[in-house]
Structures are given as structure tokens and as C-alpha cells.
Design a protein around this ligand. Structure first.
Ligand SMILES: O=c1[nH]cnc2c1ncn2[C@@H]1O[C@H](CO)[C@@H](O)[C@H]1O
Ligand SMILES: [Zn+2]
Length: 368
């Protein structure tokens, strides 16, 4: 399973996605269609031009500017039927990309302009995801999805959103996240939300170590008790590469206390190479730290972040790593199993997906 891998195999490989924003993955045609109905003005109404507009506008070198484009996707996700549609299409599109399990995140507090309540919007998205799952199964590409309910870090609704997540845990919500501009908005601003969720035994991931460095990661892990790190790529700032290899053939490196803790505790990193290149957290996919972090045996997972803004898919992220960073089929299988090990669904269900779907899927690719 270590030889070169062709593009058809990458497309067919089972994939697991833990970090994908619902409002970052819309089909351009859907944005154009809903905008026309609700009278929202877009930079262009040509779907292909719009696709390119999102990608190039997000190619800004800064997270703040990357996030500006979301005004157009959030605008078309305010009516109940539109939330259902966007969620349904997300599940179908991910399934067509070979994704067999996806945790899809979004911030309910940004979808109340049409008069819906926080509970209404979560129910609408769940309805869409369930419809999409059904259609994907009928098309022969089964997928399982879960919602991650996000609170916006600049706002002050963390506790309320945490309670929302907890209320819907039996109805599709598998965890909680905070997102938005990182610099100036440390995770501890939402400590009451995290305390509440820990008391309720809920799972938590935190965007940290993307646009801001070690203090943000430290707070997420040690103050807020994050189970996983959204991005976490700046953990590199606590790793000194020494050059050469150790006796196990791994890159020789000296880990600081925080990086050592993250690796020792097997805290999953939800890495998103293309998105990081766009926001300036990495120079290129070839040079992205994901390769080094893999070789150092961190709990690495591979993700899309925002398929629309980053012009990507799981197949594309995998292809880039294969073509530009020398990844093998075994590496792709490893990050996929890592992601399932780190998923927020119950352990027995994760195991079933690993044994019944992922391992047989990769075994088939290895022999064909
Ligand atoms: O990579 C990211 N870092 C931080 N925040 C993000 C990223 N991608 C999207 N969002 C933010 O999360 C909200 C809910 O999905 C989006 O509206 C966007 O503002
Ligand atoms: Zn993100």
C-alpha cells in the first residue's frame, strides 16, 4: 500500500471529514437561485464566475478577509426551506466525493434574520442532512453526518449556543465549536460555555492555532478542555526541527511542552491545507506542516474547511498531498482512520465504520 496512487483510486477512497463549514460549502447555483428569490445582491450572478469570485477573494493571506465572503452564503441561509436545501445538498455533495462520515459545522446565531429561532434552524438543518443522507444512500454512496454547533467567538452567545447544542444532542448534534476571527478573541472568552458542556459530558472542538499561535492553542486545550483542535497548525511554533532522522526513521525534532502534551494526549488536529495557504498560515500545500506532523505521529486528520471559499474537496486535498507531498495510499488510510477515532459519535459506532467501511474500502483499492 505504499506505491503511487492514481486519481481514480483517490476519488473512490473512503473519506472522513471532521472540519467542514455548512456555510462554506454551498453550490454557486444555489446561491444564485436563492439570491434571486430574496433579492440579495451578489458580485456576479454567473455561477462559474461566482465560484471563482469566492475562491479568489478568499485567497487573501488573512483570516479576517477570508471570512468576509461568508456574508453572501449566510445571506441565503435565512429561510427554513433554504437551510434544509443547503444541508441536503451538502450531504449529497460530500457523499459524491467519497465521504462516508462528516461532521458539519455552522453557527445557528447567524441564521435568525428570517425570524426563525435557534431551535428552528438546528431542526431545519437536521431535516436537510437526513434527506441528503437518504438520497445519497439511494445513489449508492452512503454517508453518515453529524452537526457541530458553532458559536461565533466575537459574539457573546457562547453559553446560549452551548445549551442549544446540548438540547439537540439526541437529534443530530454531536458537538460544539467556536469560530470566527481568532486574534483578539481567545477561547477563554467562552469559558462558561465550555464549563457547561463539560458538565453535560458533551464533545468540544475549538478553532485554535490558525491565525494566532501557541497562547490560543494552550487556552483551548488547558483552559477550555478542547477534545480536538480546529486547525492547530501553529503548534509548529513549539516544534524545533533538528534535521536528520531519529532511530525510528522519523524526523529528528524537539517538542516544547505544549506540543509534547498535544501529541502525548493524542489531541486530534483538524488540518486544512488549502485553507491555511489562503489565510497565510502555510506557504504552500507542499510545505504545509501536515507532512511533518504526520511523520512525528501527531493525531493528524485531513479536512476541507470551506469547500466553496477554498475551491476544494476531500478528493482534491488528498490529491494535492499525493502529488505535492509524496503521500501514499497508506497515509490516506491512516488520516481517515485517525479522523474516525477522533469523531464525536459513540465509540462502537466509530469502530463499526472503521472495520466495516474504511478498512475494506482501502483494502479493495490496494489490490485493484
Ligand atoms: O477557518 C476558519 N476559521 C475561523 N472561522 C471560520 C473558518 N471558516 C469559517 N469560519 C467561520 O465560521 C462560521 C460558521 O461556520 C462562518 O460563518 C465563518 O465566519
Ligand atoms: Zn474552520
Amino acid at each position: 500500500m505504499t506505491g503511487p496512487i492514481d486519481s481514480a483510486s483517490i476519488a473512490r477512497a473512503p473519506k472522513v471529514l471532521l472540519h467542514d463549514h455548512l456555510d462554506g460549502g454551498l453550490r454557486p447555483e444555489t446561491i444564485v437561485g436563492i439570491s434571486a428569490e430574496i433579492g440579495h445582491e451578489l458580485p456576479t450572478t454567473d455561477p462559474e464566475e461566482l465560484r471563482e469570485w469566492f475562491r479568489s477573494s478568499a485567497d487573501s493571506g488573512s483570516l479576517e478577509r477570508y471570512l468576509e465572503t461568508f456574508v453572501h452564503t449566510v445571506a441565503v441561509m435565512q429561510r427554513r426551506e433554504d437551510l434544509v436545501r443547503v444541508a441536503r445538498e451538502a450531504a449529497i455533495d460530500l457523499a459524491a466525493d467519497g465521504v462516508v462520515y462528516a461532521e458539519i459545522r455552522w453557527a445557528p446565531e447567524q441564521h435568525l434574520e428570517g425570524g426563525l429561532s435557534l431551535d428552528d434552524v438546528v431542526v431545519a438543518v437536521q431535516e436537510g442532512l437526513a434527506e441528503g443522507e437518504k438520497e445519497a444512500a439511494a445513489a449508492g454512496t452512503p454517508i453518515r453526518t453529524g452537526q457541530l454547533v458553532t458559536a461565533m467567538r466575537h459574539a457573546a452567545r457562547g453559553r446560549e449556543i452551548a445549551e442549544l447544542a446540548e438540547r439537540h444532542r439526541e437529534n443530530g448534534v454531536v458537538g460544539f465549536d467556536i469560530a470566527g476571527a481568532e486574534a483578539g478573541y481567545p477561547p477563554s472568552r467562552h469559558l462558561d460555555a465550555f464549563d457547561y458542556l463539560h458538565e453535560a459530558n458533551m464533545h468540544v472542538t475549538i478553532h485554535a492555532g490558525e491565525a494566532f499561535g501557541l497562547p490560543s492553542i494552550w487556552e483551548a486545550v488547558q483552559v477550555c478542555g478542547a477534545d480536538r483542535l480546529g486547525h492547530g497548525v501553529r503548534i509548529m511554533e513549539d516544534i524545533e526541527v533538528l534535521g536528520g532522522r531519529d532511530s525510528y526513521g522519523r524526523p529528528a525534532a524537539k517538542l516544547g511542552r505544549l506540543a509534547g502534551f498535544v501529541r502525548d494526549k493524542r489531541i486530534p488536529l483538524e488540518l486544512c491545507p488549502t485553507s491555511n495557504v489562503q489565510t497565510g498560515a502555510a506557504a504552500s500545500v507542499a510545505e504545509h506542516p501536515i507532512g511533518l506532523l504526520k511523520d512525528l505521529r501527531f493525531r493528524v486528520t485531513l479536512n476541507t474547511d470551506n469547500r466553496l471559499m477554498s475551491g476544494t474537496s476531500m478528493t482534491r486535498e488528498m490529491t494535492l498531498l499525493v502529488e505535492q507531498a509524496g503521500w501514499t495510499l497508506e497515509d490516506l488510510r491512516w488520516v481517515t482512520i485517525n479522523a474516525l477515532k477522533s469523531a464525536f459519535i459513540p465509540f462502537d459506532e466509530r469502530l463499526a465504520l472503521i472495520e466495516d467501511v474504511v478498512k475494506p474500502g482501502y483494502a479493495q483499492l490496494a489490490i485493484s
